[in-house]
Design a protein around this ligand. Structure first.
Ligand code: 7TS
Length: 414
């Protein structure tokens, strides 16, 4: 079988596109070309329907009622936790904590694990390509504790300097927080190798998986990391929910993040006994329907096949990289040899915001700005970039539309 035939058997792009009803519309009289999935992905019918059905038939608060509906809702919620476990390759379901998303997951670790571990004179290590979500919580912790935030440099392609990383992992390093995939550059970091380097020096590792989860198969046991965070809304699920994986031995030793209902075994005015993990970290009524939606999204991803998605996106990234090289005055920001589906660029002729506005008139949705990664913009001495980001449902015609629209930007500003 030819590789093309093999791919079409494994991954039916036309069918995938059909499963996303939002894609079938016009904006400004032009067919919608959605190239902003790194900000948030669109939702397949399976997710939209699962959430609607759940609310129509099974909705109730969880972990408390003895009645049918509450039990059904609890079962659906806990089934989603088991699905997240499988998705991440975690050993145990109790290692999965539901959060509001990646941002809250990182804040949770900084405020509990971090606060207990980091003291005056200690160091927290991050990299120059982090999203603000994986910078600011650590900066806040360092301020509070009189600790120092150290930053691993990146080169002109946006590749992490692993030698510098090794040098920066020192006797005072208490945690390393690193992104799996950069949202602004697309760089895929060699997480297993990085974790091995950190662990050799006794440093635990948190991985920000927000941009990896939609694009590649993840196995936290193979990666060896201590924590792994991702957001539902970037992996075809609803916004407002996400998950944190943490090794059971860490989670058990960590103090709770927030206090309230759900996270206790018993409460008196003198003393509270906390619930076991994962519930210890899930105070208050969660986004129940959102979690059910996340479960449906991961089921969709698994049925579609992450390896097939990755292969499709990789081919599309290569096609897009080649096609953009033909646009006059375009410079790609982020040219690492190992990249996920992000095409960040600047044009000589126009500012990123003008590019975004003109592309929108052509029906092409891209994000422009600093992408919540201002240190990356500083590193490349640009105020902002335009970023086209790919998902399973994009095809070559989307790239062609982008390139056509960029030619019209050039003509307009010539
Ligand atoms: N980490 C990375 C690498 C991200 O790309 C994002 C969101 C976050 C963390 C935060 O995720 P949240 O779901 O908690 O908000 N990135 C982007 C983006 O690139 N454009 O909009 C949001």
């Amino acid at each position: 079988m030819s590789s093309a035939a093999k791919q079409s058997h494994a991954f039916d792009l036309a069918q995938v596109r059909k499963e996303f009803p939002i894609l079938d519309q016009q904006v400004h009289g032009k067919p919608l070309v959605f190239l902003d999935s790194a900000a948030s992905s669109q939702k397949p019918r399976a997710v939209i329907d699962a959430m609607a059905e759940f609310q129509r038939r099974d909705y109730a608060n969880i972990h408390r009622g003895v009645y049918q509906l509450s039990q059904r809702a609890t079962n659906a919620f806990e089934a989603a936790r088991e699905r997240v476990r499988g998705f991440l390759g975690a050993a145990e379901t109790r290692e999965i904590i539901f959060t509001r998303g990646t941002t809250e997951a990182i804040n949770l670790v900084a405020a509990t694990f971090g606060r207990e571990r980091v003291g005056p004179g200690d160091e927290v290590l991050i990299t120059h390509m982090e999203h603000h979500s994986n910078i600011v919580p650590w900066q806040m912790l360092c301020r509070e504790k009189g600790a120092t935030l150290r930053v691993v440099p990146i080169d002109d392609r946006g590749v992490l300097d692993l030698e510098a990383l090794d040098d920066l992992l020192g006797a005072r390093t208490r945690i390393l927080a690193v992104t799996h995939v950069s949202n602004a550059l697309g760089t895929v970091n060699p997480i297993a190798e990085i974790v091995a380097m950190a662990h050799a020096k006794g440093v635990p590792v948190l991985v920000d998986g927000a941009q990896a989860a939609p694009h590649m198969a993840i196995d936290v046991q193979e990666l060896g990391c201590d924590f792994y965070a991702f957001s539902s809304h970037k992996v075809f699920g609803p916004s407002g929910v996400g998950a944190l994986y943490g090794r059971a031995e860490h989670l058990e030793a960590m103090p709770p993040y927030q206090g309230g209902g759900e996270m206790i075994l018993s409460v008196t005015f003198d003393e509270t006994i906390y619930a076991d993990i994962p519930h210890k970290f899930e105070a208050g009524t969660p986004d129940i329907t959102g979690v059910v939606g996340l479960g449906a999204a991961l089921a969709w991803v698994e049925a579609t096949g992450l390896d097939a998605i990755a292969e499709h996106e990789h081919a599309l990234l290569a096609y897009g990289t080649e096609a953009l090289s033909e646009v006059a005055g375009l410079r790609l920001i982020g040219t690492a040899p190992h990249k996920a589906g992000v095409l960040s660029f600047v044009l000589d002729s126009a500012h990123a915001h003008d590019i975004g506005t003109i592309l929108d008139q052509e029906g092409v949705a891209v994000r422009t700005g600093h992408h919540c990664a201002q240190p990356v913009m500083d590193r490349f001495s640009v105020p902002a970039t335009a970023r086209a980001s790919l998902a399973a449902y994009n095809d070559r015609s989307d790239i062609d539309a982008l390139v056509r629209a960029l030619h019209s930007v050039n003509e307009m500003f010539a």
